[in-house]
Design a protein. Sequence first.
Length: 401
Amino acid sequence: MIIYCNEIYMEDGIKDGYLIIENEKFVDFQPKEKNLKVDKDYSGYRIIPGIIDTHNHGGFGYDLLRGKSDYFNLTGYLRAIASNGVTGVFPTCDTDVDTIKKVANYTDPEKKTPNILGIHLEGPWGARVGEKGVNTGYPKVDMNLAKEFLKAANGKLKLIDIAPEVEGAIEAIKFFVSNGVKVGAYHTNANYTQANAGIDAGITVATHLGNVMTGLHHRDIGTLGACLTRDEVDCEIICDGLHVCLEMIDLYFKIKDYSRFIMISDNVSFAGLPEGKYKGMSDDPKSDRQYIYIDEKGFILSETGRLSGSSKPVIFGIKNLVEKLNIPLETVIKMSSLNPAKKYGFENEKGSIKIGKDGDFVVIDDNYNVIETYCQGNKIFDIKDNEILYNEDFIKTRKLA
């Protein structure tokens, strides 16, 4: 396949010319002057590397956090997130052994979905919920369960998140790291000293930096400060402008180099659904999440107006950083593609448009709308298809107004 575009964001620069893809790989680039016959002409659009989302719980009515529910459907989920320009993903699933096995053993023989590049487990050993630091009971790490997770994932577990102050956390961190799994600091009330102890033990990822963790204070810079100042740590960031204000993200970039950030969506099942009122996923009668509201901007809120999950895809964050923080697109896309590929060890195949790598790319317009998505040279999304990507059963059973 030969494609032409006047603005191709290759690893070594922005180019005007022809990309040639064969056997699922980028095999050549030729400048515009060659005047080749093309299979696809994307003049007026931009081609960027396929997005790698290493923290994604679902979307479009598909729910990975409830592996035994009717809303768990990996094929539907993967096809839907391709519309957001995702070509590689770590399904961030239920910490249930059977669910982990389902994800680990999934294959798509038709090659019409993004690649599952690994599994991410957010928990279960956290110590905090929400921005007020609510104590969740500090569950002791169960090392037998930790070993079950590793076995069930069958080599696919790439990242697990642990609050460093939880009893048994240090042992667990060392165990996972010794077995080739990255560990993130998450949902934590750890002070700076406790966070540093976790990093010393092997934590090298900050899970959704700034969210549900101890923040910067002039007498203790907390987990946030430790993750920003320790060179070992790469930081996940949600760039929707609501989870973390853009001024704070700008501050992050003044402390730590762009190469140490990984853009994520952290999307949940309600992400991408139409505006309205929905029955929530909480069974707790005291919870303010018995009903969920998706507002006119697409954000997910509780009955009390509290942020109740992430709804914006990484491509939305890319637009924010370029247009609101004036960061060049060629810099931003490294945080959405190349940085995660480097962090998790597949930069030789993924993460950028470079000869020899997999043919993963996204065609976008000037407003950052995804027009087409390709994974390993196969088209996995085309906006012209007008395909219904929602889980219609979810909408039928959950949408109230």
